[in-house]
Design a protein. Structure first.
Length: 110
């Protein structure tokens, strides 16, 4: 019997964040503080029970050792009862260096 091979549409590798990355986020009147399950330079998955519509804009504020990082993202998929898949739209200009440092730290082998 042939085994089905699933191919990801992602162009950038995601890294799990078991050591804990957290983000405050808001989309309209919905807001939460959520654990970031995985992250890449292009997107992330946040664990939350709250639901936002696909294509909704989300303001993110990361709570990380590199310092304050604010970004804006779009909801790309909703996994009810689990979380939201987000694609980054922008990272504040003054936060881009800290964002890049965070990505490098998370992708470094433990």
């Amino acid at each position: 019997m042939k085994q089905q091979v699933l191919h990801s549409r992602r162009k950038h590798k995601r890294v799990d964040t078991p050591q804990g990355v957290w983000a405050l986020w808001r989309s309209g009147s919905v807001e939460d503080t959520s654990r970031v399950k995985d992250l890449s330079a292009r997107g992330l998955f946040i664990e939350t029970l709250k639901v936002c519509p696909v294509d909704a804009s989300v303001d993110l504020h990361f709570l990380v050792e590199e310092g304050e990082i604010k970004a804006n993202a779009i909801v790309r998929y909703v996994k009810t009862g689990s979380g939201l898949g987000l694609q980054f739209k922008t990272v504040r200009t003054e936060d881009r260096t800290r964002f890049a440092t965070m990505i490098k730290r998370l992708f470094r082998p433990q």
